[in-house]
Design a protein around this ligand. Structure first.
Ligand code: ATP
Ligand code: MG
Length: 370
């Protein structure tokens, strides 16, 4: 075997290389330790965050479901309580025992007295869907109770106003009826009396019809209606009056086609009541604007007139029943409109525009038309 000695200096180089190699390995080891520590710390933080999230989801009164590709992947305790038969891994669908209510996204969990009303909201993130199920039975009951209380309070005030409102036309009608029954009333005055009596009774009938409209409860026959259909209907209903008053109505609509779940007639009547008021006060030749904007989940209808604006004394009370500044007004138009809008979870308000004239704003919840 021919063992050749390393050339001089090569041994030192090898030693140096070996030393550097050792140094690099130690550095790598150090870095690996630092990285491992970071991974441990992050894993720990993640575990804590997960625990917090689980605690939050556990404490949340609303049910939360995670749906991936249509399959239930996870659900919190509140969701398990609302849906006892639901387990992870099965495809998600609305339970067959649930029935849809007239309000979009709301369901009755069963038709007996144990039934709850739940509201379903969903958020889609890529292939995933997060469903939030909220039991709104109590808040609906509270809402109904508040409405009932405020209605009762209004009814008290109304009772006094009704008596006042009915007394004069009733007394007049009784007087005409008395004249009619008089055998000495000349033949030619009988027709005149009968006509006066009929007019008094007609106005009494109008008053009682409006009072009944005012005390009506929640929407009875709600249906999904395209917003532009509602606007068209209101426009058509008011068109003959626009012609008579010589005040045109400009209608505009901005936003994606959307649906509202409403009792159609009630909402059209509310729009017509606001438009009617605007017409009655607008100078001939002026214009009424009805501008509608659809944003996210709400539709806003703005009705502007070029009249003298709302009297200061009326600004705070005009939505209360029997509040009127018009000689022949019943003062029920706006209070009926407000009832109808609020019964659909909407809002109505009025203000004077800086440039003159009144602005009425009605908002309602809506959904995009698919
Ligand atoms: N566009 C408007 N501009 C100025 N004032 C208004 C306008 N709309 C309503 N008002 C005021 O609000 C009051 C109440 O209106 P509301 O429609 O409730 O009753 P009304 O019009 O007086 O009677 P009716 O029962 O016949 O509708 C009106 O009398 C008027 O004073
Ligand atoms: Mg009116």
């Amino acid at each position: 075997m021919n063992l050749q000695a390393n050339p001089p200096g090569q041994g030192a180089q090898l030693e140096e290389a070996f030393r550097l190699f050792l140094q690099a390995s130690q550095d790598l080891e150090e870095q690996q330790k630092v990285l491992q520590n970071q991974v441990d710390r992050l894993s720990n933080d993640l575990a804590i965050a997960n625990q917090r999230l689980a605690a939050l989801l556990g404490a949340l009164p609303a049910g939360v479901l995670l749906i991936e590709e249509g399959v239930v992947r996870d659900l919190n305790p509140a969701a398990r309580a609302l849906l006892p038969d639901l387990v992870e891994g099965i495809p998600w669908q609305i339970p067959t025992a649930w029935s849809a209510t007239p309000v979009q996204g709301e369901y009755q969990t069963s038709c007996d007295s144990t039934g709850r009303t739940v509201q379903l909201k969903e958020v889609t993130i890529g292939d995933r869907k997060i469903l939030q199920i909220q039991d709104i039975t109590e808040s609906l009951a509270q809402h109904a109770e508040t409405q009932r209380q405020s209605k009762l309070a209004s009814m008290g005030q109304m009772a006094a106003s009704i008596a006042h409102q009915l007394r004069t036309p009733l007394a007049t009608a009784t007087l005409y009826a008395g004249h009619l029954a008089d055998p000495l009333l000349p033949q030619e005055r009988q027709g005149e009396m009968a006509d006066k009596l009929r007019r008094q009774l007609t106005s009494l009938e109008k008053l009682t019809t409006r009072m009944l409209q005012f005390v009506r409860q929640r929407p009875q026959r709600a249906e999904s209606v395209l917003i532009n259909e509602l606007l068209d209907e209101a426009e058509q209903a008011i068109a003959p009056q626009c012609e008579r008053y010589g005040v045109p109505l400009n209608v505009s609509l901005q936003g994606e086609p959307s649906l509202v779940t409403v009792e159609r007639d009630a909402i059209v009547s509310a729009l017509v009541a606001v438009l009617e008021n605007a017409l009655q006060i607008s100078p001939k030749g002026s214009v009424i604007q009805m501008q509608t904007t659809i944003e996210a989940s709400r539709v806003r209808i703005q009705i502007d007139d070029q009249g003298p604006g709302i009297e200061d004394s009326m600004l705070n009370s005009m939505f209360e029943p029997f509040t009127t500044s018009r000689v022949n007004g019943t003062g029920l138009g706006l209070s009926i409109a407000r009832n109808a809008i609020e019964a659909h979870r909407g809002e109505i308000s009025a203000t004077n525009r800086p440039e003159g004239g009144a602005r009425f704003t009605l908002t309602l919840p809506c959904l995009p038309a698919l």
